[in-house]
Design a protein around this ligand. Sequence first.
Ligand code: ADP
Ligand code: MG
Length: 330
Amino acid sequence: MEDRISSANLTRLGLGLSEFKLIERYFTSRTVRREDVLLGIGDDAALLQLLPDHSVVSAIKTLVEDVHFDRGANAQFIGHRVLASALSRLAAAGATPAWVTLSLALPEIDEAWLRHFSAGLTELARRYPLQLVGGDTVRGPLSITVVASGFVPEGQALQRSGAQAGDLIYVTGTLGEGGLAVLAERGMIHLSPRLRTKCQARLDQPEPRVAEGQVLRHLATAATDLPNGLVEGLSDLANASAVGATLYLAELPLLPETSSWLPAVGGRSFALHAGGDYELCFTVPAEQQAEAEAALANTRSGCTWVGTVEAAPGLRCVLEDGSLSALSFR
Ligand code: ADP
Ligand code: MG
């Protein structure tokens, strides 16, 4: 079928025909056409073909101007970030991403903004590849909602619940760069231009750990993503699993060049709470340690052991001097 939006619908949108053509130009044909999309943009609802014995996994993310980004913020990064943070949720479930829908509230039609926003969102979508299969466009204060959906073989989706006492705790990639970028943006620290660029990229164009999540389907007992940092993410995982955990501060994976900034930000514990890195935290039974480490070694981010799941509720952290400190549990 043709990917067109009927002119009968235009009046109800409150957007003029020429304005509406812009939406068509920037969103309708900018992502791949997947064979499992029987009906995409243009009808009342998208029709998606699910493989036999698979479950749909769906996650949503909203970004609102003046709440999640400032007026005048780079629209390309907003497009990337809204989709990346929804995909990060699918990654934590071990899902294969496939489809995305987009709700846009726009105060006006700003063609340059739409062009940049679309570039950020659709460039990330094409990588997986995800197809944009529908959406809604309305007038209103600038706000963007994305629903990313994918699939997983029945019974294999990862959840926050499932961690058992004795399991090992891992994180993907490195922690703290997004947090350093936030402090640099606020002028609280001054990073070298090279490090500033690297940290800023983690914040502006996060890489959802999609391949890593899929590898973990058979291996992890529980998983979550870390948009608000390790302690918050692990607290949620531990709560959902009805367990506690001990983290080892000296084991947290930091980018080597960030370590010189640690004294200025309160030491390694900065990386316990810093958000914006979109890494995964997951738990693995001890018997599966070697297999999990080998499987993650073949992914882009790799993984690092950071702690142990325990029956006693609450989060604790072994500091660098060997002393034990309680971490606040939400
Ligand atoms: P109306 O609100 O007039 O009923 P719709 O919301 O049904 O019009 O939009 C027409 C078609 O365009 C639908 O298939 C819808 O999914 C799609 N669409 C509208 N806005 C977007 C958008 N921002 N991104 C992707 N598809 C969109
Ligand atoms: Mg509509």
